[in-house]
Design a protein around this ligand. Structure first.
Ligand SMILES: [Zn+2]
Ligand SMILES: [Zn+2]
Length: 910
C-alpha cells in the first residue's frame, strides 16, 4: 500500500533539537518543572522532547491556556500585503465598546476564528482585523450617567473627550477577553472608528458621495426620537404591540376615528375613498377642524378604507407613514405640532409647551366637555419605537442629510455575493424591496463623526473642505477659502453629525486600504461574518456604500450567524436574569470548551440556546483526548518511529481509511462553514474509532516486541498528527499542547492535513473486525468473564479472507481463526426449560412425571412437539407454553456458543 506523507518525526529522548529559526524556537512551551528550554546559544533556543512519563496526568486548561497565550506572538497572524499567496480578507464586525464582550459576540468570533485558522493552514494569506465601532448614543448616555451631567452641561469638545476616555477603557477590557479566547486576530489591522485615521475616511466617503449625488440634504419627514433628540433611520425603528384607544369624534359633521387626538392641531386634510357615495357631495369642499378652527380640504384617495369607522380619516403631519404618503401625493400644507423635545408647538394654541401625553389627555377632556367625543374603543396597535430607548417615535419634518437608496444597484450586488446560509439573502431582498424613504444619515448628537460642511452666512452656499485637510470639525475651524459664490468670509458650521452606520459601513473599505484613490488592490474582501439581526443595517449599508464608492460588491461571501438564547430559550436579558457571560465559562471550563460549544451548538445561521451541558461535554472530550494523547505518545516514544514501516495489518489499514474519510468530511464541512458537522466528525473519530475501537484492537501488538508494532505506531502517529491539525482551528490551546509533544513547532504553522488513503477492502473487513471484537467482548461481559480472561477457541466465518495479524486474538485473549468456508454446526437440545407457572397448576402431583415424559422425547419430536402425551397410561393434552427446548451447537464434535454479526457466524469453544 503506498503510504506517502510529509513526516514530522518525534524525537527519541536524549536528542537535542536545534531550531535555527528563532520564531519557531520561541514556540517551545516552557513547562514548569520540566526541562524544556535548556539554554540559549546566542539567539537560538535548544530543547529536547519531554519524556512521556513526565506528561501531566490531567489536562489543566488554566495552566495550558495561559502558558500558550504568553508564548504565541501577534506577528504570526499579521496579514502580509506583499505576499503572493491567495488572500482571504475578513470584514470582521466592529463591536460596540460596551466593555463587555457578550456571548453573542463570542459565538460570532468563534466562527470567524475557526475559518481564519483553517484558511491559514490551507495556505491563504489571511487578514482577521479587529475594529471598534465607537460612536453613538449608548456611550453618550453612559457618560451622562457616570458623570451625572447632560451633554449640554459641558462643551462639545469636553463631552467628546469624556466619551473617548470611556471608550478606550472599554476597548482595553474587551481586548483581554478576545485574547483569552485565543482569537487569531491581526492586531496590526486594528481600527477604532473614533480615531482621526478612521473618521477621516468616513468624512472622505461622505464628500465623495456628496459629489456624486448619492448624498443630499433636504427638509423631509424623518423618524425622530424625542427622548434621544435625534433623527433615526428606519432600520433603527423597533416595533412593539401596544393597546391604545380609538376615539370616535364629530369632525364638523363627519365621524372620524383617531388614536392620536393630540395631532388635531396638525390636521391638514380629511380623506375619503373616491367611490364612497356617502361623501360624493364633499368633493372640493373644506371642513373646519374642531377645537382649533382652521379649515382643511377634503381629498379623495383610493387608499382610504371605506369600511373602517365612518370611512373618513384625517391626515395630520405626521401621524404615520401613510400620512407622509398622502401629504406628498396631495401636496398638502405642513403643520408642525410637535417639536424636537416632544412638546407641542405654538400652533397647538393653549396646549403649546405640553408634552404629547398631557396634550392628548387635555384634548380628550375638552372633546368630552364640548360633546363631540362620541365613543372610545380599545385597539391593538403596532407602534414604532426608538431601538435604543423604546420611546414611541414621532415623524417630524426636518432639514436632514440623506443617502439616496437605489434598490436595483443594491440587489444586483447582493446577488453577486454567496450567502451562507442561502436563505438569508431573502431577508435582504425583502428589506430592499420595501424601502420607501432614503437613508437619513444626520444625527443631532455629539459623539460622532462631524459632517464636514459649512454654509456661507451671506448667500447660504454650501462649502466643503479640501480632502487633504480632512478630518475637520466644522464647529472648530473655518473654511480655508472665501465663499466661491459670493466671496463672503463668514460661515456657519453644520452641527449635525453622522449616523454611526456611516462609520461602520466602510469597514471593508478601511481594512482593504481604501484612500479615495481608486479601488484598493485587495478589494473586495473574501467574507463578511455577522449576525442576522443586522442584515438590514450593517450588511445593507455596506453593500450600498461599496457600490456607491467602488461600483463593486464588498465581499465574495457573507456568513450569517444566529443569536444566542438563554438556557430558558428566551433572548438573554437583565430582566430575565438569564445572561451568560463568556468570562464565567472561561474561568470554569476554559476557552477551548467555550469554542467547542460555539461550534457544536447549532447549524450555522440558526439561533443557539446556551446549555452548560454542552460546555461540560466539550471539556470531557478534552479529558478523553488527553488520555489518548498520553497513550499515543508513550507508544511512540518506546522505540522511535519507523516512517518506512509498511502498513499491512487490517486494523491499521482500517484506521487509516477511517481517518481519510474523516478528513474528507471535516474538510468539506469547513469549506461550507458547517462547523458543527466538522467538529462532530473529529470527535467521533477520536473517541469511537481511534480510542474505543482501534487502540483496543492494536494494544496487544503495541505491547509486543516482535516488530509487529511498527505498523501500529506509524498509524497512531499519523492519526494523532492529523487530529492535532484538525482540532487546531477549534481548540487552539489544546491542539497546540498535544502537538507540542511531537516537537515539530506550532501546530498553527502547519499545513492543513492532506492525508488520503483509499482501501475499500480495509473499510469493509475492518468494520467486520471491529464488530466481531465488540460482540465477543459483549459475550464475555454477559458470561460474567473479565475482559482479559482467556476464552478458548473463536472461529469467525467471514465471507472473504481476513488477515487480522492476530489482533482479534490478542484483544479477546482467545485462539481466533478466520475462515471463509461455511460453518458446519449441529444443533442439539441441551436442556428443556419448563414453565412452572403452567406445569404446576395443570399437572399437580403428576408434574414431575410430565417433565420426565417430555425429557424422554426425541430431539425431532421436541422441535415440533405433539399435542398430547401419555401419563400413567392416560392420554393428556400438553398445555401451551408448558416448556421450551434449549439448543446448543456442536462443531466438530465439541460444544460451542454461537454469535452472529450480520450474516457472519462466530463460534466460541470454551
Ligand atoms: Zn430614543
Ligand atoms: Zn456666499
Amino acid at each position: 500500500m503506498p503510504f506517502v506523507r510529509a513526516f514530522c518525526m518525534p524525537v527519541p529522548p536524549g536528542i537535542i533539537l536545534v531550531f535555527t529559526n528563532p520564531v519557531n524556537a520561541r514556540l517551545s512551551p516552557p513547562i514548569p518543572g520540566q526541562i524544556r528550554s535548556l539554554y540559549f546559544i546566542s539567539q537560538l533556543i535548544v530543547y529536547g522532547m519531554v519524556p512521556s512519563d513526565q506528561l501531566p496526568k490531567n489536562y489543566d486548561f488554566a495552566v495550558v491556556e495561559e502558558r500558550w497565550r504568553n508564548t504565541w506572538r501577534d506577528e504570526d497572524y499579521y496579514f502580509d500585503r506583499n505576499s503572493d499567496r491567495p488572500q482571504f480578507v475578513i470584514d470582521t464586525p466592529p463591536p460596540y465598546p460596551t466593555g463587555n464582550f457578550h456571548i453573542g459576540n463570542a459565538l460570532n468570533w468563534c466562527y470567524i476564528d475557526f475559518f481564519a485558522r483553517y484558511k491559514r493552514m490551507k495556505g491563504y494569506n489571511v487578514m482577521f482585523p479587529q475594529g471598534w465601532d465607537c460612536h453613538g448614543l449608548p456611550t453618550e448616555v453612559k457618560v451622562e450617567e457616570l458623570n451625572h451631567i447632560t451633554k449640554n452641561d459641558v462643551s462639545r469638545e469636553e463631552f467628546r473627550r469624556m466619551c473617548r476616555e470611556l471608550t478606550i477603557k472599554n476597548i482595553e477590557q474587551m481586548r483581554m477577553t478576545l485574547r483569552k479566547m485565543a482569537f487569531s486576530i491581526d492586531w496590526s489591522n486594528e481600527y477604532i472608528t473614533m480615531m482621526p485615521a478612521y473618521y477621516t475616511k468616513t468624512q472622505l466617503s461622505f464628500l465623495r458621495m456628496l459629489q456624486s449625488g448619492y448624498i443630499y440634504q433636504s427638509e423631509h419627514p424623518v423618524n425622530y426620537c424625542t427622548r434621544c433628540e435625534t433623527a433615526i433611520a428606519f432600520a433603527e425603528v423597533a416595533y412593539e404591540d401596544r393597546e391604545t384607544q380609538l376615539n370616535y369624534f364629530d369632525f364638523d359633521g363627519l365621524e372620524i376615528a383617531t388614536t392620536r387626538p393630540e395631532l388635531l392641531a396638525a390636521c391638514v386634510a380629511v380623506a375619503v375613498h373616491p367611490h364612497d357615495e356617502r361623501y360624493h357631495a364633499l368633493k372640493g369642499r373644506t371642513k373646519k377642524v374642531p377645537l382649533f378652527g382652521h379649515n382643511v380640504p377634503v381629498v379623495q384617495d383610493e387608499a382610504v378604507d371605506p369600511a373602517f369607522g365612518s370611512g373618513a380619516v384625517m391626515i395630520c403631519t405626521f401621524g404615520d407613514k401613510q400620512d407622509v404618503h398622502w401629504w406628498k401625493q396631495h401636496n398638502l400644507a405642513l403643520r408642525k405640532a410637535i417639536d424636537r423635545q416632544g412638546r407641542m408647538t405654538p400652533i397647538a394654541g393653549k396646549y403649546a409647551g405640553r408634552n404629547t401625553t398631557e396634550c392628548r389627555i387635555a384634548i380628550l377632556a375638552e372633546m368630552k366637555a364640548s360633546g363631540i367625543l362620541k365613543r372610545q374603543e380599545k385597539l391593538e396597535q403596532r407602534v414604532g419605537t426608538c431601538w435604543r430607548c423604546k420611546t414611541p417615535i414621532e415623524i417630524l419634518s426636518e432639514r436632514q442629510w440623506f443617502v439616496r437608496i437605489k434598490p436595483k444597484e443594491i440587489l444586483d450586488a447582493a446577488h453577486q455575493i454567496k450567502w451562507f446560509p442561502e436563505h438569508m439573502l431573502l431577508r435582504m431582498e425583502n428589506w430592499v424591496e420595501q424601502m420607501e424613504w432614503d437613508w437619513c444619515i444626520s444625527r443631532q448628537r455629539v459623539f460622532a463623526t462631524p459632517i464636514p460642511v459649512w454654509f456661507c452666512k451671506k448667500c447660504g452656499e454650501m462649502v466643503v473642505p479640501d480632502e487633504k485637510d480632512l478630518p475637520v470639525d466644522p464647529t472648530l475651524v473655518q473654511p480655508k477659502h472665501p465663499c466661491p459664490k459670493c466671496g463672503g468670509n463668514e460661515f456657519s458650521a453644520e452641527e449635525d453629525v453622522l449616523d454611526t452606520w456611516m462609520d461602520s459601513s466602510i469597514s471593508v473599505l478601511n481594512v482593504t486600504g481604501w484612500d479615495g484613490n481608486g479601488t484598493p488592490k485587495i478589494f473586495p474582501a473574501q467574507i463578511r461574518p455577522q449576525g442576522h439581526d443586522i442584515i438590514r443595517t450593517w450588511a445593507f449599508y455596506t453593500i450600498l456604500r461599496a457600490v456607491a464608492l467602488t461600483g463593486q460588491k464588498p465581499w465574495d461571501e457573507i456568513l450569517v450567524n444566529g443569536m444566542v438564547l438563554g438556557e430558558d430559550g428566551f433572548k438573554m436579558s437583565k430582566s430575565r436574569g438569564n445572561i451568560i457571560v463568556p468570562e464565567e465559562i472561561l474561568s470554569k471550563y476554559g476557552a477551548d470548551a467555550l469554542r467547542q460549544w460555539g461550534a457544536m451548538g447549532a447549524a450555522t445561521g440558526s439561533d443557539i440556546m446556551f446549555n452548560w451541558n454542552d460546555v461540560v461535554s466539550a471539556s470531557r472530550f478534552q479529558t478523553k483526548m488527553w488520555n489518548i494523547a498520553k497513550f499515543v505518545l508513550i507508544q511512540l516514544e518506546k522505540e522511535g518511529l519507523d516512517k518506512d514501516a509498511s502498513v499491512t495489518a487490517l486494523a491499521d489499514r482500517w484506521l487509516l481509511v477511517r481517518l481519510s474519510d474523516t478528513i474528507r468530511t471535516v474538510n468539506d464541512a469547513l469549506e461550507r462553514y458547517q462547523f458543527d458537522m466538522a467538529l462532530k466528525a473529529i470527535r467521533e473519530f477520536a473517541w469511537d474509532v481511534l480510542a474505543d475501537n482501534y487502540i483496543e484492537l492494536a494494544k496487544g501488538r503495541l505491547y509486543a516486541h516482535d516488530g509487529s508494532r511498527k505498523s501500529a505506531c506509524l498509524v497512531l502517529h499519523t492519526a494523532y498528527d492529523a487530529l492535532c491539525r484538525m482540532l487546531a482551528p477549534f481548540t487552539p490551546y489544546f491542539a497546540e499542547e498535544c502537538f507540542s509533544y511531537l516537537d515539530c513547532g506550532s501546530v498553527h504553522k502547519q499545513p492543513w492535513v492532506a492525508f488520503t488513503y483509499d482501501d475499500d477492502a480495509a473499510r469493509k473487513e475492518g468494520d467486520l473486525l471491529v464488530q466481531v471484537v465488540a460482540e465477543v467482548r459483549k459475550y464475555k461481559h454477559d458470561q460474567g468473564l473479565a475482559l482479559n480472561a482467556p476464552l478458548g477457541k473463536v472461529t469467525v466465518y467471514a465471507p472473504h479472507t481476513v488477515n487480522d495479524e492476530g489482533d482479534t486474538g490478542r484483544t479477546t485473549n482467545a485462539d481466533v481463526h478466520w475462515r471463509t468456508d461455511t460453518a458446519k454446526l449441529d444443533r442439539v437440545v441441551s436442556d428443556i426449560e419448563f414453565n412452572r407457572a403452567v406445569v404446576g397448576p395443570a399437572f399437580r402431583k403428576q408434574a414431575q412425571a410430565f417433565m420426565n415424559a417430555i425429557r424422554a422425547l426425541s430431539p425431532e419430536k421436541l422441535a415440533t412437539p405433539p399435542k398430547t402425551i401419555t401419563l400413567d397410561g392416560a392420554v393428556v393434552e400438553i398445555p401451551e407454553n408448558a416448556f421450551a427446548p434449549k439448543y446448543s451447537y456442536m462443531e466438530e464434535g465439541a460444544k460451542v456458543d454461537v454469535l452472529t454479526v450480520g450474516d457472519v457466524i462466530v463460534t466460541i469453544a470454551k
